[in-house]
Design a protein around this ligand. Structure first.
Ligand code: SF4
Ligand code: SF4
Length: 341
């Protein structure tokens, strides 16, 4: 394990930025957001960013390809560029776990080469949480906020940052930082992890259980009458899907530029009334069906297709951002049986 005192963090960032583009959460008027590091920018202490780190691998909008048309000839222009190496610093445990959920979608055969390219070039430096808040429930999904996954795992104490490599990529990054870090044992970190575990056990959602949900439970939950009440006030605004680190729906659209066509991929939301609308019509005509789709996907369909893995990481973003205070916790409590009373 390596260590650097907090008053030298700037040296650490500057060293990383010598060879790779470095992104990190910084405080803005509208909350913490990932920005490219440059001299003068400081790492935010916020628990989590407004938008998740999924944007780095699955951006909200991307130009997939262009078509140039001359008479009857159509030329396809590949707009892909090899991504530059980059480091995402300070990713929380929940968001790190979301990458595994996205990987299972985008890297399944045939892999999405746009996503894969960025994934291969990105190094994830995670940051252990010290003060999880009342909207956090990552432990419901067996995620340890105090000991995240990642290529390099960081723990921040009152006076130092501790860094531990967990992959070959992480090892390479940490080795390149030897000049500005020093060797240390992990005793300060062990103490902190213990304290954070105690804090987590006292959180209001500490005992929230997902046991009632999971693979092959479609019949059990699909026709439950509670969906009507749960979805009654949903505005279909899609905020919950846009802030969610695991939501991965997108739409592809072509735009006529006058001398060709640009094809874009943009995030979409299963909460929208025109989502997956086809010439034959819209498969989910009512908001109750759309609402049910979102939660069934996270709690039943995704686990059915992915070895029981849930498609929620308990980041709590939908709890704090939904304009009508509806969220996955309320759904789990309503449908999830005795363990969540
Ligand atoms: S659940 Fe909330 S955030 Fe999500 S679409 Fe409905 S109103 Fe919007
Ligand atoms: S469903 Fe809500 S709590 Fe779960 S990962 Fe998405 S935003 Fe976070």
């Amino acid at each position: 394990m390596r260590k650097i005192s907090l008053d030298k963090l700037n040296q650490l960032f500057s060293k990383i930025a010598e060879t790779q583009t470095l992104y990190m959460p910084v405080d803005t008027k509208t909350g913490a957001r990932y920005e490219k590091w440059e001299e003068g920018k400081e790492l935010s202490d916020a628990l989590n960013t407004v938008r998740s780190a999924k944007d780095f691998f699955f951006p909200q909008t991307e130009n997939l390809m262009d078509f140039k048309m001359e008479g009857k000839n159509i030329e396809i222009i590949d707009t892909r560029n090899e991504a530059e190496d980059f480091v995402i610093f300070g990713v929380r445990a929940c968001d790190v776990k979301s990458f595994e959920i996205l990987d299972r979608v985008f890297l399944a055969d045939p892999a999405d080469s746009y996503y894969e390219n960025r994934r291969n070039h990105g190094t994830i430096v995670s940051m252990a949480c010290t003060r999880p808040v009342e909207t956090c429930f990552c432990q419901t999904f067996d995620i340890d906020a105090a000991s995240p996954e990642g290529d390099v795992v960081c723990h921040k104490t009152d006076d130092a940052l501790y860094l531990e490599a967990k992959s070959d990529k992480g090892e390479a990054l940490l080795n390149s930082l030897n000049d500005v870090t020093e060797d240390t044992d992990g005793s300060a970190v062990d103490e902190q992890v213990k304290t954070v575990h105690e804090r987590m056990s006292r959180l209001p959602l500490a005992s929230l259980s997902a046991d009632a949900f999971g693979a092959d439970k479609t019949k059990e939950f699909f026709d439950r009458p509670e969906w009507a009440e749960l979805s009654q006030s949903c505005l279909g605004c899609g905020t919950c899907t846009f802030v969610c680190p695991t939501c991965q729906c997108y739409d592809i659209k072509d735009f006529n530029t006058g001398h060709g066509v640009k094809r874009f991929r943009c995030w979409d939301s299963c909460m929208y009334s025109n989502f997956t609308k086809m010439s034959a019509g819209q498969p989910r005509l009512t908001q109750v069906e759309r609402f049910r789709q979102r939660f069934m996907h996270k709690l039943v369909y995704y686990p059915t297709n992915n070895d029981g893995l849930f498609s929620c990481v308990g980041c709590g973003r939908c709890l704090s951002k939904c304009p009508i205070q509806m969220n996955i916790v309320k759904v789990m409590k309503k449908l999830g049986g005795k363990s969540n009373d």
